[in-house]
Design a protein around this ligand. Structure first.
Ligand code: SF4
Length: 289
């Protein structure tokens, strides 16, 4: 099988920084160390961190998760947490360590500033994902989380000061559409597109490469927003089949009937050795005559 290795792919700076912080904390700490959710959304990376002695506390509600930790250090993940979670950790006598990606921190600061200036903030993000939960917590009651066009239609904002911004790991194209929909309803809305560079570059590269292959494999975990969006943009914009593969065993040979050329990319939190295994497997695959 001919395999096109799509670049850029794999680890972004936020993920690398989060690993570096977690490793340092584990090495320098004698007591228990916990991560409040998956440090980055990849099952293999999470298994690896647990094997190094960092316990996973995986509650959708971060405050509920905190209450399960009795003592020691708690690492806030690359997706960020709300100020309420930070404060609660201190109240519980835990030692907080912040591994939030600098791009996510920038969005927190932006939303906080806008709310202080009196803006109502429309925030485009995925419901149930930790990043929106953290950002919305910067200004409760002033930030409106929207995911779909219907959510935008249901808004009833009255003020002159309206801003629209977004989660860092969304589909570039879907987000543009949603921002357009907000602007159509509220022409006065200020736009702050916060999709991070890593997400944007990986999506653009995947869509461009997909034009020249028969299908695309995205190596990443189902919890990874940016990996799921890679699958989505290839299907939607390049009109090519795309599949998410968390581990080599997920590869289904029935996908390759009539396929001669496959593109491979990976999410921003996918370990490169895993992607390499998938690439080597596909390269060794016999193309049916
Ligand atoms: Fe940061 Fe973007 Fe990487 Fe998320 S995908 S950790 S926002 S650089």
């Amino acid at each position: 099988m001919e395999v096109i290795k799509i670049t850029p792919r794999g680890y972004c700076h936020g993920v690398v920084d989060a690993f570096r912080i977690a490793k340092r904390v584990r090495e320098e700490t004698n007591g228990p160390v916990h991560m409040l959710g998956m440090l980055v959304h990849n099952t293999h990376a999470t298994d690896d961190l647990q094997a190094q002695g960092i316990a996973l506390v995986d509650q959708p509600d971060r405050l509920a998760g905190l209450s399960q930790i009795k003592e020691g250090t708690v690492i806030f993940t690359a997706h960020g947490v709300s100020p309420q979670v930070k404060q609660r950790a201190v109240e519980l006598g835990l030692k907080p360590v912040d591994a939030t990606c600098s791009d996510v921190v920038r969005t927190h600061e932006l939303v906080k500033d806008l709310a202080l200036q009196g803006y109502e903030v429309v925030y485009i993000g995925r419901k149930g994902h930790p990043e929106p939960e953290g950002v919305v917590g910067e200004a409760p009651g002033k930030v409106y989380l929207v995911q779909d066009p219907e959510d935008i239609d249901a808004l009833d904002l009255k003020g002159d000061r309206i801003a629209v911004t977004c989660q860092t790991t969304l589909s570039v194209w879907d987000t543009e559409d949603l921002i357009g929909r907000v602007k159509a309803r509220y022409p006065q809305a200020e736009v702050h597109n916060e999709i991070c560079r890593a997400t944007q570059e990986r999506q653009e590269a995947a869509v461009e490469a997909a034009q020249h292959v028969d299908l695309v494999i995205v190596v990443g975990s189902p919890r990874s927003s940016n990996s799921l969006r890679l699958v989505e943009v290839v299907k939607k914009l390049a009109n090519k089949p795309a599949y998410l593969v968390d581990r080599l065993e997920d590869v289904d040979l029935s996908w390759f009937s009539g396929v001669k050329k496959v593109g491979v990319t990976s999410g921003a939190s996918t370990p490169s050795q895993l992607t390499r295994r998938v690439i080597e497997y596909l390269e060794a695959l016999e193309v049916p005559a």
